[in-house]
Design a protein around this ligand. Structure first.
Ligand code: HEM
Ligand SMILES: *[C@@H]1O[C@H](CO)[C@@H](O)[C@H](O)[C@H]1NC(C)=O
Ligand SMILES: *[C@@H]1O[C@H](CO)[C@@H](O)[C@H](O)[C@H]1NC(C)=O
Ligand SMILES: *[C@@H]1O[C@H](CO)[C@@H](O)[C@H](O)[C@H]1NC(C)=O
Length: 511
């Protein structure tokens, strides 16, 4: 009797753990054999590979396919190998893929996740509409003096680390980025450049470094979505710290823009415009015209955006700029060119690192773009199908509501088909800018379409200012422990990191 019972339990569990595995097979989409409950994602659940590493591995494994199937636990996902199909998802048929679907449940949304990056549907549409202006080049220009001030401080800390056997370039640029976010994002001078472990840097680290609780919670949410509904992806303490910091700043400003031109000012300006109103992307009237939707921009929503600007700007910028330093260390000819350009341009601008000066550093921009090609900090883009069903005309494959599309940009950008000699750092590829490659959808470090990075210009200008400040007075060289191809960190979530960081030797520049 007991045996029968046991067998039934096992069978039911087996059925539950494999219930979706016919999805790609029926459609004739190639994929690896999935495991019950875990799908193809075992290595990621146990932190042996990041989401980006898995997607990029699949890209390389099926060179003949335009798309490859994947099961994250039991949820089917599609890995896109073809730039034309990527274009459909990101741009031409965006209205069928307007969500990222990063919150495993589509109903319960944690307060801090109600932001531009994680937000879905009308919440996203209204926020994006309202916030796009906050990232205009006029606003960026007004903010730039705050950034240059931080870049000057970056020199001081670089001075402190010269002469050491090595220093993690990633850590150096993270300290600069944190400082910029403190200054531009929160309007508080956190002085992270002089005090190694302040509360702010810890908060930055905590957002991206997951502890056991976070790993277990997110795995559970994917494997048993129904049972794990009340577990939060973010640690509750994160919400508390964010609330505390932002409320303190808002109070200091009496809820009015202060004239500092930082993010808090921008948010307060945005808020003063009243409720967010716009056309719905989810609801249509009987005659097919989109409904008009309205939403209040309350304090919690504001805090969620601040949290995002912290998170989105932090890892991405510091990864991209430190990897640029890493490649310049291994390519001294390019480094000299960058430095000579910095001298030339700064001389023209009265030795001041202004917005215009940074914009004028063309070769530095090429080097930065080439670094982002070899190592795009978020290794993949993600979209979720938001219509009941969608058929890719060139494949005659139909996907359904909730199925996610993964575009593994790290693999695409290092594919020989699109970039000859892809392992070679060669800024000349971007001599005529990045447009050619972006148009072909083979170079997407900031994503594409209506959900592309809103902070691209800011991220780029801020990183370039930091690089220019360092390289004006210092040079980088590989240290004894530097590796040309550093080992990727399997624990990365949004961005891909390196296990041992990016150790480099910093020297005073010889002229
Ligand atoms: C070098 C620095 C940066 C890189 C490489 C980068 C990269 C990206 C990428 C790849 C995406 C996803 C795009 C897509 O799915 O198509 C994204 C989205 C986003 N990024 Fe950035 N980013 C950078 C800096 C910043 C900064 C400084 C901010 C703001 C402070 C920012 C704010 C955002 C936001 C809000 C989104 C979501 C946009 C939406 O869904 O509407 N990023 N970024
Ligand atoms: C889960 O959360 C919902 C609403 O957020 C609440 O009503 C319910 O009681 C919670 N369940 C448990 C088991 O905590
Ligand atoms: C597309 O696939 C469907 C079902 O899989 C099939 O009935 C139909 O004939 C196919 N159409 C084309 C043009 O191949
Ligand atoms: C950096 O180099 C410039 C130009 O040579 C020089 O004027 C400046 O004093 C240097 N700054 C530091 C911190 O060494």
């Amino acid at each position: 009797m007991l045996i029968v019972f046991f067998i039934i339990i096992v069978l039911v569990l087996y059925w539950y753990g494999t219930r979706t595995f016919h999805y790609w097979k029926e459609k004739g989409v190639k994929h690896d054999e999935p495991l019950p409950f875990l799908g193809n994602n075992f290595k990621q659940f146990i932190q042996k590979a990041s989401i980006g590493m898995m997607a990029n591995e699949m890209y390389k494994k099926y060179p003949e396919e335009k798309v490859v199937g994947f099961y994250r636990a039991t949820a089917p996902e599609l890995i896109i190998r073809d730039p034309e199909i990527a274009k459909r998802i990101l741009v031409s048929d965006f209205s069928s893929f307007h969500a990222r679907g990063l919150n495993p449940h589509r109903t319960v949304v944690e307060p801090l996740l109600q932001n531009l990056f994680f937000g879905e549907g009308d919440l996203w549409r209204l926020l994006r509409q309202r916030f796009t202006f906050a990232f205009s080049s006029g606003k960026l220009k007004a903010m730039f003096p705050l950034i240059t001030k931080r870049a000057e401080k970056l020199k001081i800390i670089t001075e402190e680390i010269t002469g050491r056997d090595f220093y993690d370039a990633r850590e150096l640029m993270a300290r600069y980025t944190t400082d910029c976010i403190g200054e531009c994002g929160f309007g508080i001078n956190m002085d992270s450049l002089s005090e190694e472990n302040n509360q702010f840097r810890r908060l930055g680290k905590r957002i991206f470094q997951r502890n056991l609780r976070d790993i277990v919670c997110s795995a559970l949410k994917f494997i048993f979505p129904e049972l794990a509904k009340n577990l939060t992806l973010l640690t509750p303490e994160l919400e508390k710290s964010m609330n505390k910091i932002v409320h303190a700043v808002l109070k200091e400003r009496d809820n009015k823009p202060s004239g500092r031109n930082d993010f808090i000012d921008l948010l307060l300006e945005v808020k003063q415009k009243g409720n967010m109103i716009g056309e719905s992307i989810e609801k249509k009237n009987a005659d097919g015209v989109p409904e008009i939707v309205e939403m209040e921009l309350d304090d919690m929503l504001l805090i969620a955006q601040v949290f995002l600007f912290f998170g989105a700007g932090f890892e991405t910028s510091s990864s991209a700029s430190s990897y640029t330093l890493h490649q310049l260390a291994f390519n001294p000819d390019c480094q000299v060119k960058v430095q000579e350009e910095i001298d030339r341009v700064l001389e023209k601008y009265d030795n001041k690192l202004t917005y215009e000066a940074v914009k004028d550093m063309k070769y530095l921009e090429m080097a930065f773009q080439e670094a982002m090609r070899m190592y795009p900090a978020p290794g993949y883009l993600i979209r979720m199908c938001t219509v009941p069903e969608y058929t890719f005309p060139e494949l005659n494959i139909t996907v359904h509501d909730g199925v996610k599309m993964i575009i593994p940009i790290a693999a695409i950008q290092t594919d020989e088909t699109y970039f000859s000699n892809p392992e070679q750092f060669d800024p000349e590829r971007f001599r005529d800018g990045a447009k050619d490659n972006s148009k072909k959808f083979v170079y997407l470090p900031f994503g594409e379409g209506p959900r592309a990075c809103v902070g691209a210009r800011l991220g780029m200008m801020k990183s370039m200012a930091g690089l220019a400040a360092v390289l004006q007075n210092y040079s980088v060289e590989p240290a004894k422990c530097s590796k040309l191809k550093p080992d990727p960190d399997p624990a990365g979530i949004v961005t891909e990191g390196f296990v041992e960081g990016l150790p480099l030797k910093f020297k005073k520049r010889l002229r």
